[in-house]
Write a protein that binds this ligand. Structure first.
Ligand code: F6P
Length: 372
């Protein structure tokens, strides 16, 4: 009798809504369509280093479609090429040997760019890996969407809506700081959906004087409240990133945070209105995924199962112009997909007079002023 296909599944890096939907989809597809055995690997690559695995049966992944987090656990320091518990030792050979000793034909690695980079290296050393792109930041190259992003945008949009009404009641300037690392997708999409007056993203350095101008302009029209959405990676012209902390032993040690407060302190010196800051933080990553993310995660999961069945290893599932496809894992590693100037959402924001704090991008502020 031919050997049954045996597939490992892991979730790596930070969590994102929709991870469980992928685990469910890939596991059920592999079992139903391919009669495969599925092995759950705990806490990302740490499970392969520390030999923590468990079988995943059909019933184990039932009822998890709508759950946030990951039933397998995840880890953002687990890198077989630099194992943090052994002073950064390369334990990849042990990991590959152990995985093969389990009879695992391929590993489906669900994660962000860090997970994809590790996967690409493992693949080049002979371990079969298929990647599934995850991150609320939507910044993985080669795919126009990652699951988790839509949920994060919904959460941020709801927060903006709620802050909008209280900003209006008190005539305050409200700053909302979002996640997103070095890309402004979350701030841009939620800012536009929430009708923000100013959106500051890492792709375009902002000039404090431009933001002051927007607040003052609104004050002069009797609208003393202003909604400013700032991405954690935004930078003032000539300034640097605002770093919250540095995590020892992490492959990606820098944690951004605090730009909202920096902006607040700057604005307070120049405008009359009271300024308040809300840092949304990990609330953007928690809880139940939206319907869009559940669907995208389900599609990605079943496509990953098909790639495994077809022996298409070393590839990452991707969404390209509405089509589900796959791209080489090594084309993704160590790169970030940022917001381009021709983004339709960015252009739509500019068209309605939203400020990005950057005169090079703006053409509408003066016009809006004279039309009011
Ligand atoms: O990549 C997802 C993300 O939430 C980023 O937006 C954020 O900068 C980072 O992870 C936070 O990481 P951690 O949860 O390790 O602090």
């Amino acid at each position: 009798m031919p050997k049954r296909l045996r597939v490992g599944v892991l979730t790596g890096g930070g969590d994102a809504p929709g991870l469980n939907a992928v685990i469910r989809s890939v596991t059920k597809s592999l079992i139903l369509r391919h009669d495969a055995e599925v092995i759950g690997i705990e806490d990302g690559f740490l499970g392969l280093i520390e030999k923590r695995i468990r079988p995943l049966a059909y019933g184990d992944v039932s009822g998890i479609l709508t759950l946030g987090g990951t039933i397998l656990g995840t880890h953002n320091k687990a890198n077989p090429f630099s194992y943090f518990k052994r002073g950064g030792a390369d334990v990849s050979a042990e990991v590959i040997k152990y995985t093969k000793s389990l009879g695992i034909d391929a590993v489906v690695a669900i994660g962000g760019d860090g997970t994809m980079s590790i996967s690409a290296k493992l693949q080049s050393r002979g371990l079969n890996v298929v990647g599934v792109p995850k991150t609320i930041d939507n910044d993985i190259v080669g795919t126009s969407r990652t699951f988790g992003f839509d949920t994060a945008v919904s959460i941020v949009t709801e927060a903006i809506d709620r802050l909008h009404t209280t900003a209006q009641s008190h005539q305050r300037v409200m700053i909302i700081e979002t996640m997103g690392r070095y890309a402004g997708w979350i701030a841009l999409h939620a800012g536009v959906a929430g009708g923000a007056d100013v959106i500051l993203i890492p792709e375009y350095e902002y000039d404090l004087a431009e933001v002051v101008k927007v607040c003052r302009n609104r004050e002069s029209f009797g609208r003393s409240f202003t909604i400013i959405v700032v991405a954690e990676g935004a930078k003032a012209v000539g300034g640097g990133l605002t770093v919250d902390r540095t995590l020892e032993d992490s492959p990606d040690p820098v944690r951004l945070g605090g730009i909202g407060r920096v902006l607040q302190l700057g604005l307070e010196q120049h405008i009359k209105s009271e300024v308040r800051t809300t840092i949304l933080g990990h609330v953007q990553r928690g809880g139940t995924p939206t319907a869009y993310d559940r669907n995208l995660a389900s599609v990605f999961g079943s496509y990953a199962a098909k790639l495994v069945e077809d022996g298409q290893f070393g590839r990452m599932v991707a969404l390209d112009e509405g089509q589900i496809t796959s791209i080489p894992l090594d084309s993704v590693a160590n790169r970030t997909r940022t917001v381009p100037t021709d983004s339709p959402v960015l252009q739509a924001a500019l068209a309605v007079g939203t400020s990005f704090g950057n005169p090079d991008l703006e053409f509408t502020l003066e016009r809006v002023g004279t039309m009011a």
